[in-house]
Design a protein around this ligand. Structure first.
Ligand code: HEC
Length: 114
């Protein structure tokens, strides 16, 4: 399972070049993934693990005052900032996720708007 290896986030040896470095495809998963940026798939996994319980799979759950992410208008920088530092009832993720993971999930949140 890919999930197991993506926990932790503080192993610079394997994540060194972040999204810039070409990632090795250990197993040929579903072929068409090659066309997508690595961060999208990663962001989705992180989202499912950490964000879905309040925001829902499609971003619209809005549990305990969470914003509907499908109609959110804040930009990438603000998303990264809010995920990093939290806001209101939302947990700050700076001690939970790496910068790279926060970036990946912030990008994924942008995709929920479509
Ligand atoms: C404990 C529930 C909870 C979890 C878990 C959670 N959020 Fe939130 N989120 C909130 C709440 C509550 C707000 C509204 C904060 C406010 O504006 O007062 C919010 C707001 C946001 C916003 C801002 C939307 C806007 O337009 O203002 C973004 C982006 C966001 N969350 C992303 C995430 C991501 C990404 C994760 C996972 C890493 C996550 N959230 C996990 C509760 C949560």
């Amino acid at each position: 399972m890919i999930l197991l290896t993506s926990c932790g986030g503080d192993k610079p040896s394997t994540t060194a070049g972040s999204s810039k470095a070409p990632k090795k495809e250990a197993t040929a998963s579903s072929g068409s993934d090659a066309a997508k940026p690595v961060s999208n798939r990663k962001g989705k996994l992180i989202y499912k693990q950490y964000c879905q319980l309040c925001h829902g799979a499609d971003g619209k759950l809005a549990l305990s005052g969470a914003k509907d992410l499908s109609i959110s208008t804040i930009d990438m920088a603000e998303r990264i900032n809010q995920i990093t530092n939290g806001k209101g009832l939302m947990t700050p993720y700076k001690d939970i996720l790496s910068e790279e993971q926060i970036e990946a999930v912030a990008e994924y949140v942008g995709e929920l708007r479509k």
